[in-house]
Design a protein around this ligand. Structure first.
Ligand SMILES: Cc1cc2nc3c(=O)[nH]c(=O)nc-3n(C[C@H](O)[C@H](O)[C@H](O)COP(=O)(O)OP(=O)(O)OC[C@H]3O[C@@H](n4cnc5c(N)ncnc54)[C@H](O)[C@@H]3O)c2cc1C
Length: 295
């Protein structure tokens, strides 16, 4: 005999009002429970697993409002864009970037990749740090952008995606605005107490004023010296200067990056000439193709 959490009088009244036969009551209950279980499973799969998370669409541009533009240096600024709600996350896996669309000084459409320096744990907004070149086409668009303007963005894009434990250590070779993917990965690793990956960053610029995110990078190096090391390299160093001088050399990579091994990776992001020079150095030092990644 099946026991129900309501008495038989209530059940009979309910079934009569629905014009159903009370002798099939156990079947009605079973079907109802099955419908509830299927609805719960559908809700779980659709909302938690299958439905794309976040605010990005890889195929179509979506517009985000610029809510704050803060000058960082003579030619760079930090742009904060609002997400649809204060609790929305952008939905960008660590290591991926977005494509931004704008207009150059001739009014022509231009699309370029950018890496937010915020993570999905930063809800309600995302930040870009952009270096603006005098003749750069997208640079013109960012220079002209004012708070309240909208930026069309699509993503996530990119071949690199970071998962904790994928490497024991990363060496990172960054030039100028090439710091942004490195910074995003560094934040994700160092802000995760369960992640033990070690990081060594060599960051090249022309002058000390060109170094982006220096305060934040130095804070990581001071707080977690066993896990994160930074070595700055400048073409035109100030006096006195304790970092490297000139371009990133083979000797600097040897001194500051993890040695070639199957469980390490060297990431690079900079201007094309720098990327080519770094690839030549890494090949010569014995880093295999699998140990290198270029953003
Ligand atoms: C994966 C990825 C992520 C990126 N993320 C960022 C980011 O977060 N922030 C950011 O500022 N940039 C980032 N960049 C670079 C960005 O995509 C553009 O290339 C850059 O903003 C210049 O675009 P532009 O249209 O203004 O210049 P373009 O019109 O393409 O170039 C015009 C001139 O600008 C100068 N120039 C352009 N790029 C460089 C450079 N890298 N180094 C030196 N001179 C240059 C050259 O003189 C060039 O001839 C990223 C690039 C990649 C591949």
């Amino acid at each position: 005999m099946v026991e129900f959490p309501f008495n038989n009088v209530t059940a009979s009244v309910l079934l009569e009002s629905l014009n159903l036969d009370s002798k099939y009551l156990p079947y009605y209950v079973a079907v109802t429970l099955l419908v509830i279980a299927l609805s719960a499973a559908y809700f779980y799969c659709y909302n938690l697993s299958l439905k794309p998370k976040g605010c990005l669409d890889p195929e179509n541009f979506r517009e985000f409002k610029l809510v704050k533009k803060t000058k960082q240096s003579h030619n760079s600024a930090r742009f904060r864009f609002a997400l649809p709600t204060p609790t929305s996350a952008l939905g960008l896996p660590v290591g991926k970037h977005i494509k931004c669309r704008g207009r150059d000084s001739q009014g022509e459409e231009v699309i370029r990749p950018y890496t937010p320096i915020t993570l999905d744990s930063d809800v309600g907004y995302f930040d870009l740090v952009v270096k603006m070149y005098p003749k750069g086409r997208m640079s013109h668009h960012f220079r002209e952008m004012k708070e309240g303007d909208y930026l069309p963005v699509k993503g996530p894009k990119g071949r690199f995606s970071y998962k904790p434990g994928q490497a024991k250590a990363f060496g990172m070779l960054a030039g100028g605005s090439g710091i942004t993917p490195m910074f995003q990965i560094t934040r994700a690793i160092l802000e995760n107490p369960k992640d033990t990956t070690k990081l060594s960053l060599i960051y090249a610029n022309v002058t000390v004023d060109d170094i982006l995110l220096k305060e934040e990078i130095d804070e990581f190096a001071n707080k977690l010296p066993e896990r994160f090391k930074v070595y700055y390299v400048l073409n035109q160093p100030p006096e006195p200067w304790s970092g490297g001088v000139g371009f990133i050399s083979k000797e600097m990579i040897q001194a500051y990056c993890p040695a070639p091994a199957p469980d390490i990776q060297i990431l690079r992001c900079g201007p094309p000439a720098m990327n080519r020079a770094m690839a030549t150095h890494l090949d010569a030092l014995g880093y295999t193709h699998d140990m290198q990644f270029e953003f």
